[in-house]
Write a protein that binds this ligand. Structure first.
Ligand code: IFM
Length: 463
């Protein structure tokens, strides 16, 4: 016997992927080079020098993959469009074969009653635009609007949910500051600031264009957020927390919700001598108004808790007292080294709801990397992933009960795939992919998720 945790009627259950992580066909049918093609082809940039050249060959196996989505009963599929497949040079000449691929994908999904959630930018910038300066230059934002216009004109009659960017903070900070992602150029705080502004501007300019090409659809943006408590109540830890929060969270949410760029981040940049918001040629009149164009929803990517301890002060001196255990020893980690901490999801959803009064939220990514492989019978008993998802679903249900306007949930990821700098060493999928044969096998988590979708909720065992 069991009790149910049933979600509201109309709650959307989906799964997500992104173009470079699954498609392969990196130079086929007229596709242009992306910054991730260039980066992964540069030795030493990606673990094991893995590339997305073939990935999980989704470009050629799209029908088979959509059939699997249908078998799972997915109600929505979040995927991204490869910009250089549509505009090989970033702007100008359109590659019809690229548009045709997504046209077929959207129609195949709709035939199975799966709602396409389209992300326009999930990190595969055309290399040609990077060669002109990439996100630090304003013309990239202008090119993005052209791209958004082409795609939303073509698919706007059928796509009802649009996302402009996936995780702009990761694009700016990992790509232009920390060198961990493409384009991997060694840059600085100024490049990250300029990138952040142009990503947000591109978003703000694109929203009305998408709305006019796809009337009645919902348009939003996807941001990532971890739960980041301090290790102790010391001033040093609190300062470190605020610094991280300004760089990763408020830098994006504040301007989107009409509050401008965070004062502490602007002060930090001024003190470093890299950027002065009071005299700059970056933020032009009208930009901030464009960025705060009202949105239909926010997509939240939540994975983990990240306990903040200041690096500036040795632990022994960083008093008064540690609040949280130093995690690795006691708690539960995924293979990415990320803590499995479902209560943090409630904190983050609560923050979006109360601090930003977001009109609607979709969890656009949540999931876990575990490499559990097929056993002798071909079964994949990925209990840890199943448990991770179940804990997070419970918290999502609790959040809805508390009044958070959460309307859907997308598991990351539908398939094992190319995990950026980690290559194929990390497996997030609820569907296993054999990278040699491209065979797909449903993991136990996928079979369980099918049941969750069918009953619109969880069965909670009595004991
Ligand atoms: O694989 C990524 C995805 O592309 C963006 N969000 C985080 C995932 C896991 O690292």
């Amino acid at each position: 016997m069991g009790n149910g945790l049933i979600f509201p009627e109309g709650f959307i259950w989906g799964a997500a992927t992104a173009s470079y992580q699954v498609e392969g066909a990196w130079n086929e049918d007229g596709k242009g080079e992306s910054i991730w093609d260039r980066f992964s082809h540069t030795p030493g940039k990606v673990k094991n020098n893995d590339t997305g050249d073939v990935a999980i060959d989704h470009y050629h196996r799209m029908q088979e993959d959509v059939a699997l989505m249908g078998d799972l009963g997915l109600q929505a599929y979040r995927f991204s469009i490869s910009w250089p497949r549509i505009l090989p040079l970033g702007r100008g000449k359109v590659n019809q074969a690229g548009l045709d691929f997504y046209d077929r994908l959207v129609d195949s999904l709709l035939e199975k009653k799966i709602d396409p959630f389209v992300t326009l930018y999930h990190w595969d910038l055309p290399q040609a635009l990077q060669d002109e300066g990439g996100w630090p230059v304003r013309s990239t934002a202008e090119a993005f609007v052209e791209y958004a216009d082409v795609v939303s004109r073509y698919l706007g009659d059928r796509v009802r949910h649009w996302v402009t960017h996936n995780e702009p903070s990761v694009v700016a900070n990992l790509g232009y500051l920390l060198e961990l992602h493409a384009p991997g150029v060694h840059d600085d705080d100024l490049a990250a600031m300029r990138s952040a502004h142009h990503l947000l501007l591109a978003h703000g300019w694109a929203v009305p264009v998408i709305r006019s090409n796809s009337p009645g659809s919902e348009v939003g943006i996807v941001n990532n957020m971890s739960y980041t408590p301090t290790a102790s109540p010391s001033r040093a830890d609190r300062q470190a927390q605020l610094h991280g929060d300004s760089l990763w969270v408020r830098m994006y949410f504040d301007p989107l919700f009409g509050r401008g760029y965070p004062a502490d981040r602007m002060l930090d940049l001024k003190e470093k001598g890299v950027f002065d918001i009071c005299k700059n040629d970056l933020i032009l009149p009208g930009d901030m108004a464009s960025i705060e164009t009202p949105l239909d929803f926010i997509g939240l990517n939540y994975y983990s808790r990240n306990i903040i301890r200041s690096q500036a002060i040795p632990e022994a001196e960083n008093l008064p007292v540690t609040l949280h255990p130093q995690p690795k020893e006691t708690l539960n980690y995924t293979e990415m080294g990320w803590e499995n901490y479902a209560p943090g999801l409630l904190q983050v959803l609560g923050r979006l709801h109360f601090e930003y009064q977001v009109p609607k939220i979709y969890i656009t990514e949540n999931g876990a990397s575990y490499s559990t492989a097929p056993d002798a019978n071909g079964r994949i008993a990925d209990y840890e992933r199943l448990r991770y998802l179940r804990e997070h679903f419970r918290v999502a249900h609790e959040a809805i009960d508390l009044g958070v306007p959460l309307a859907g949930y997308f598991v990351w990821s539908l398939f094992d795939n190319f995990e950026w700098g980690e290559g194929y060493s990390q497996r997030f999928g609820i569907i296993w992919v054999d990278y040699e044969t491209q065979e797909r096998i449903l993991k136990d988590s996928a079979l369980w998720y099918k049941d969750v979708i069918a009953r619109n909720g969880l069965v909670i065992a009595d004991n």
